[in-house]
Write a protein that binds this ligand. Structure first.
Ligand code: SAH
Length: 223
């Protein structure tokens, strides 16, 4: 799967995706990630990517031409959908990540300032995606979240597919408490059931624990 990102800060993406599971997938060529400098698609001496909002108001808005031309220049290499990171967009969740992982690629546009000229969305038929109901200063971190969540669902990225199936949200089940060695540390022990070797009991215990956690999180949300 191929990810192309359009951003004014392409250098942010290198360090984040050099390491870990996604880093190895990129090394092996299972995933491709290219971050493109939006300023390469400006036509003026100052390489300006923003301008004042029509109708007034504070801040600046990203100009449509560089973004649209940047995406057009990628079209031949990446046939996937165009995604615009926006706080009011469709909320990213595991289900959406799984759907996007079936695409041959994604072209992701990162906004900055007060957002992107709306003609970008309409001209490119872009799908707006949000990573949550809060406002960040740019679309780069949201794009990284989207890339990570999607790339790890691409076949061959995560070594043991079983670990994807047991991930939180893969079914209605959120994560259960995990333990590894040592079995005792500073007097803190691992639940006996996990040492029992009784797989049916372990499964049941994990289900119970996961349900308790979900209920607890719901309670926290109410307060
Ligand atoms: N003034 C705008 C916020 C712009 S934030 C508003 O009130 O909605 C600048 C850019 O950061 C956005 O264009 C978008 O690309 C990105 N961004 C900020 N928060 C985000 C979120 N929760 N999800 C996805 N992208 C986000």
């Amino acid at each position: 799967m191929r990810f192309d990102v359009v951003t004014i800060f392409p250098a942010m993406f290198g360090p984040v995706f050099q390491q870990g599971v996604i880093g190895r997938a990129i090394e092996r060529g299972v995933v491709e990630l290219h971050a493109h400098d939006l300023r390469e698609h400006t036509h003026d001496r100052h390489r300006q990517v923003d301008d004042m909002p029509f109708g007034g108001g504070p801040g600046m808005v990203m100009k449509p031409e560089p973004v649209i031309e940047a995406v057009e220049s990628l079209r031949a290499a990446n046939p996937g959908p165009v995604i615009l990171m926006e706080p009011w967009g469709e909320r990213l969740d595991q289900q959406l990540a799984a759907k996007l992982a079936q695409e041959p690629g994604l072209i992701i546009v990162c906004g900055r300032y007060e957002g992107v000229d709306d003609r970008v969305r309409s001209a490119l038929g872009a799908r707006e995606i949000s990573i949550g109901d809060y406002v960040l200063s740019g679309g780069e971190i949201p794009a990284m979240v989207l890339i990570d969540a999607t790339a790890r669902l691409v076949p061959g990225v995560v070594g043991d597919p079983g670990s994807l199936a047991q991930d939180s949200f893969a079914d209605e089940m959120t994560g259960w408490p995990q333990f590894t060695r040592p079995a005792e540390y500073r007097g803190m022990t691992v639940p006996d059931v996990l040492l029992s070797g009784d797989h049916a009991r372990i499964k049941q215990w994990r289900r119970q624990q996961a349900a308790q956690r979900r209920a607890h999180t719901k309670e926290l949300k109410k307060t």
